[in-house]
Design a protein around this ligand. Structure first.
Ligand SMILES: [Zn+2]
Length: 110
């Protein structure tokens, strides 16, 4: 016979807003984003020879070639240097030529 329907809903106490006084999780910053440019420019490497409009790669230019040769005399793959396919090919030839006239070392074998 108990007819007490006491809906004990957990009503929020008076005055307390559900979000609280702290504000949302988003702070005021974040407008600029994390993009700090200037240090890393990894994307969009442009072929050095294309930019400088070097058509034929001078095989005598050791300093130039050495930039594309690893320490052991290995030719650096073009995905690391950013050289385009055409110039990479010419570069390879130039390096080989330079090796033949002993301007560059051959790849040292282990
Ligand atoms: Zn190129």
């Amino acid at each position: 016979m108990a007819e007490e329907t006491q809906a004990r809903s957990s009503a929020p106490a008076e005055g307390q807003a559900p979000s609280g006084p702290g504000g949302g999780p988003r702070g005021p910053r974040g407008a600029g984003g994390p993009g700090g440019r200037g240090k890393f420019f990894r994307r969009k490497k442009v072929c050095k020879f294309c930019t400088e409009k070097i058509d034929a790669i001078p095989y005598r230019d050791v300093r130039l070639l050495q930039q594309f040769v690893a320490e052991r005399g290995k030719i650096v793959p073009r995905r690391l240097t950013g050289v385009c396919t055409t110039h990479q090919r010419r570069l390879t030839r130039a390096i080989k030529q330079a090796r033949n006239i002993a301007l560059l070392p051959f790849a040292t074998r282990h």
